[in-house]
Design a protein around this ligand. Structure first.
Ligand code: GLN
Length: 308
């Protein structure tokens, strides 16, 4: 059960004590050369509560690459057109394989396992491009509003770095096109997808943006973006699929809907209460932040804040 008298300052102190000796652990994602240049010895953590209070520690105001965490927000955007809109094109089962794996796509007829791995997210971006005419602009506008940072933007150097080295993503997209599961030209979809991934954010901003889900679909300005059920279902997908082939271990350790990115960020939601952002650039073998996972594991242990 969630207790109502959590002292966030105490919890954050414990998180920092537990994480500090591990700062710098893990390996920065160097398959995207620009991400390989990030100093691994950084750690930021921020908790935003649904009433708008934000607590943060460490490097919570340093910008980093959102990467796969954008997948949650594009999914929310396509859900605006109606919840069932996307589900003929992408499933919602955990993949149990790497986020950029090709082999399931081949024998599952070009239908990705879920929207939170690369092929699924490419389909969502394709769909959003069809809905809006500019998927990247729609995502950026949403994130600018929810973070409260009107300057939030893509990092063009990282986007180019991804474009130049993105052969696996091209392979995924063309394989889906071969199965008839792409609506727009692949190079155009990937241009939006790479810029989407390269958006930079701080832990504090990310915690604020995640409140969209913690409030079950209500935006920072108080208007409803997606209905309550849609928000609940997106969080269910985060729990089962949001940390790639480590989702089972995250459910066990953290017990919250989470979404990670290879920039080292992890967004976690305590539905109805908190949005939590953890960032440490060093990743484990599955592409999740080592210190981010440790911080969330510690936070849920000391606060008993989990969905279980
Ligand atoms: N931009 C990255 C890629 O497409 C996103 C992957 C991730 O964060 N897991 O490879």
């Amino acid at each position: 059960a969630v207790s109502d008298d959590i002292d966030l300052s105490d919890a954050l102190t414990v998180v920092m004590e537990r994480v500090r000796p591990h700062i710098g652990e893990g390996k920065v994602a160097d398959y995207i050369p620009e991400l390989g240049r990030v100093d691994p010895k950084q750690f930021g953590f921020a908790v935003a509560s649904v009433d708008g209070e934000v607590r943060s520690l460490g490097d919570a105001d340093v910008r980093f690459s959102m990467q796969s965490m954008t997948k949650v927000f594009t999914l929310a955007l396509v859900n605006q057109e109606g919840e069932d809109h996307i589900w003929g094109r992408v499933n919602r089962e955990p993949s149990g394989s790497a986020f950029n794996s090709l082999y399931q796509l081949e024998f599952e007829n070009g239908i990705p396992r879920n929207p939170l791995i690369n092929p699924g997210a490419i389909v969502v971006t394709d769909e959003l491009l069809g809905d809006t005419g500019d998927a990247f602009a729609a995502l950026r506008a949403l994130l600018r509003a929810e973070t409260g940072n009107p300057e939030l933007d893509a990092d063009e150097v990282t986007a180019r770095s991804e474009l130049e080295t993105g052969d696996r993503n091209r392979a995924l997209a063309y394989l889906m096109a071969g199965f008839g599961n792409m609506r727009n030209p692949v190079p155009e979809v990937l241009d939006h997808y790479f810029r989407q991934c390269s958006i930079t954010i701080t832990a504090t901003e990310l915690a604020r943006a995640g409140l969209l889900l913690a409030r079950h679909g209500v935006r920072a300005d108080g208007t409803r973006m997606i209905d309550r059920n849609a928000a609940r279902r997106i969080m269910a997908i985060m729990l089962t699929c949001g940390t790639y082939d480590a989702a089972g271990d995250f459910a066990y350790r953290v017990g919250l809907p989470c979404k990670s990115g290879v920039g080292g960020g992890i967004l976690a939601i305590v539905p109805g209460r908190y949005s939590i952002a953890a960032w440490g650039p060093g990743l484990d073998a599955k592409g999740n932040s080592v210190t981010g996972a440790l911080a969330l594991d510690t936070f849920t242990q000391v606060t008993s804040c989990s969905v279980f």
